[in-house]
Write a protein that binds this ligand. Structure first.
Ligand SMILES: Nc1nc2c(ncn2[C@@H]2O[C@H](COP(=O)(O)OP(=O)(O)OP(=O)(O)O)[C@@H](O)[C@H]2O)c(=O)[nH]1
Ligand SMILES: [Mg+2]
Length: 269
């Protein structure tokens, strides 16, 4: 079992061959440009641990691993490295490049995840490079399908570069996180019963049609679970909504891009 003590934060590790976009994906998932990205295979040389905020889970430890594959490392070495990190991993993201393919290396990682009871999510990155019209790429897709069928895997077609399905990866990450960590509170240590939290929610072209995303819904649920009240609004309405409240909100939650504007708006109320 995967029972090594890992501290309070759930550890999410990203595995995959070199150059598949592991570091790029971490940057997009956390909205930060902390991980080094380059077109040179082997950019990340040692595992990089970064304490980060990943909603809806909250504080997590993201582990960016060195890409290891047939050309990069020799034999046993590559899987030994991965295994060391797996001892600390609560949930894994297996990143495969849609243009590069999946094979024995990925199969070996999957066997290890299963042996260690590590839940994992498979991300087919660089999906925007696949042109389904072209014959060559149709062949690549068939090869992929065989691989995924063999291991009965579901995969998320994504692109770190074109920002495709990044929210979906976040949602699945929260869904798949083992129970002992998924019970961690999002807002519980920030708000008390009877207080109000204002959630400034971007409704733009990137927002899915007709619904809120899981992290937003979970945050609302968490506030209610703590017998507090959630006021959900958009950036444009935030100051007028706060001014209508008889009591100042305990906290205003916004995304990193809107932080500066919202903090000014909220301060004048
Ligand atoms: N077209 C495209 N390029 C991408 C995507 N994601 C990453 N890249 C590019 O792929 C290259 C490798 O990205 P990294 O994030 O450094 O990949 P990595 O898996 O961390 O690589 P190593 O650290 O070398 O193992 C960079 O040039 C990225 O800009 C994507 O979704 N689409
Ligand atoms: Mg890297």
């Amino acid at each position: 079992m995967n029972s090594t003590a890992k501290g309070d934060r759930p550890h999410i590790a990203v595995f995959g061959r070199r150059n598949v976009g592991k570091s790029s994906l971490i940057n997009k998932l956390t909205n930060q440009n902390l991980a080094l990205v380059s077109s040179q295979p082997g950019t990340t040389t040692d595992p990089v641990y970064k304490a980060m905020e990943l909603l809806p889970i909250g504080p997590v430890m993201m582990i960016d691993t060195a890409g290891i594959d047939d050309q990069g490392e020799l034999g046993e070495m590559r899987i030994k490295k991965a295994k060391e990190i797996m001892r600390k991993t609560d949930l894994a993201l297996l990143v495969i490049s849609a243009v590069q393919g999946a094979g024995e290396f990925e199969a070996e990682l999957i066997r290890e995840f299963e042996e260690r009871d590590i839940p994992f999510i498979t991300v087919l990155n660089k999906i925007e490079l696949l042109d389904s019209e072209s014959k060559e790429q149709a062949a690549v897709s068939a090869e992929f399908n065989q691989f995924f069928e063999k291991y009965k895997l579901e995969f998320i077609k994504a692109s770190a570069e074109a920002e495709i399905n990044i929210d979906l990866i976040r949602e699945k990450t929260a869904e798949k996180m083992p129970e002992d960590h998924s019970r961690d509170t999002i807002m519980g240590d920030l708000i008390d019963a009877g207080e109000v939290a204002v959630l400034v929610t971007p409704i733009d072209s990137a927002a899915p049609k007709g619904r809120l995303i899981l992290p937003q819904v979970q945050t609302i649920r968490d506030i209610l679970d703590h017998n507090a009240t959630a006021l959900v609004t958009k950036k444009a309405e935030v100051s007028s909504e706060i001014s209508k409240l008889k009591k100042k909100p305990k906290i205003v939650v916004t995304d990193s891009q809107a932080f500066e504007t919202v903090s000014k708006e909220a301060a004048v109320c």
